[in-house]
Write a protein that binds this ligand. Structure first.
Ligand SMILES: Cc1ncc(COP(=O)(O)OP(=O)(O)O)c(N)n1
Ligand SMILES: Cc1nc(C(=O)O)sc1CCOP(=O)(O)O
Ligand SMILES: [Mg+2]
Length: 357
């Protein structure tokens, strides 16, 4: 067999193992996820069993013209998601190379590596889902866009303020405009490590590879959306009363909007559900829920006092003179609320468990 094949197999076993190690470190230290960590480790170890001395001894790094070649993208990876994506790509490519050249080395290597490649695809999909849900649970502030000449500048300014969840909502634009706007916003959100959700339209969410879709009571049912979107993507549902809320949870929504807390020109004609809907959600809702409708710098305190831990806004950010500052203001209020709740929780636990008190 040609020595080049040994070198190809050696290089790609290394490449796949290194990529897996990068992914494993995030599963272990970033996600504290024992199962994913174990899966990466297992795959690495299995690859190691194929890295025989005949392949290792073919290595000739000084004469390898590929060692000096790098791509500009390798130097800059904006977010953890980019790091993971690049390394999954690396592992999958390396496994494919092993599979193909393995055919002229040992058929059993080809079989084993093919099986591993499918395991890596599954792991990638599980990690994407996990990453999305973790970000959703962490998000306290949710911006819904409104049509504006400066929509991109406003959303970017909001992302600079630390926003991590954005919904693209435009009820009037034509489909081509929606497609272009959604594409650009999705790219921008992902550059800043934020989730990107599309309002109403499952087809548009799929077309731009959004993180999910938001559906109202008159949009597609959640079950059907789940069939179309799969388990990887987030599905949000609007709720306006206790029945809507109960149903959305039963149907498997990942999060809900709860409102309108106050009447709002953004959703003219819809009567306010009031702070009672916030109190009800606090008691009854086990999934992330965002109070919505008429929430701004003046009303947010009452909404938080009624029990909301997450809020969603349109005008308060889209029409703010300084969206970055507006986001920082909301985040500070939400964070203060979270800290005081954690303090209360620990104080309660201490009072129960501290034997010296
Ligand atoms: C987070 C969130 N909550 C509620 C809504 C409203 O959805 P819907 O009732 O479908 O109304 P439209 O937004 O489609 O006019 C939302 N978009 N986001
Ligand atoms: C889009 C939307 N849905 C609502 C609901 O209650 O389902 S309230 C709302 C508009 C919220 O806009 P603003 O922050 O400008 O009041
Ligand atoms: Mg809708």
């Amino acid at each position: 067999m040609q020595p080049a094949v040994y070198r190809i197999l050696d290089a790609n076993l290394d490449r796949a193992r290194e990529g897996l190690r990068v992914i494993e470190e995030w599963c272990r230290f970033g996600l504290n996820h024992a199962e994913f960590t174990e899966q990466c480790k297992h795959l690495r170890q299995e690859l190691a069993t194929w890295h025989h001395s005949d392949l290792r001894s073919a290595r000739n790094t000084p004469d390898d013209p590929g060692t000096g070649l790098t791509h500009a993208n390798e130097a800059t990876r904006g977010t953890i998601a980019h790091v993971l994506q690049a390394n999954f790509c690396r592992v999958e490519e390396a496994l494919r190379v092993l599979e193909e050249y393995g055919k002229v080395y040992r058929q059993d290597l080809t079989e084993a590596v093919k099986h591993m490649r499918y395991q890596v695809y599954t792991l990638e999909s599980q990690l994407i889902t996990q990453h999305r849900h973790q970000k959703l649970h962490q998000a306290m502030l949710y911006l819904i866009t409104s049509p504006s000449e400066t929509v991109f500048e406003t959303v970017e300014a909001a992302l600079k303020g630390g926003l991590t969840l954005v919904q693209y909502r435009d009820k009037d634009a034509d489909d081509l405009t929606r497609l272009n706007h959604a594409r650009a916003l999705r790219r921008m959100c992902h550059e800043y490590g934020a989730l990107f959700i599309v309002n109403d339209r499952i087809d548009l969410a799929l077309a731009v590879d959004a993180d999910g879709v938001h559906l109202g009571q008159h949009d597609f049912p959640v079950e059907l959306a789940r069939q179309m979107l799969g388990s990887q993507r987030i599905i949000g549902r609007s709720t306006h009363n206790g029945d809507d809320l109960y149903r959305a949870i039963q149907e498997g929504a990942d999060y809900v909007g709860v409102g309108p807390v106050y009447e709002t020109p953004t959703k003219a004609g819809r009567p306010a559900a009031g702070l009672d809907c916030v109190r009800h959600a606090l008691e009854q809702c086990p999934i992330p829920w965002f109070a919505i409708g008429g929430i701004d710098a003046n009303t947010v305190h009452d909404v938080l006092a009624a029990g909301a831990q997450r809020v969603s806004v349109v005008r308060a950010i889209m029409q703010a003179e300084q969206p970055t500052l507006a986001v920082q203001y909301f985040m500070a209020q939400l964070d203060q609320k979270r800290r005081s709740q954690m303090g209360q929780k620990f104080a309660k636990q201490d009072s129960i468990t501290d034997p010296w008190m």
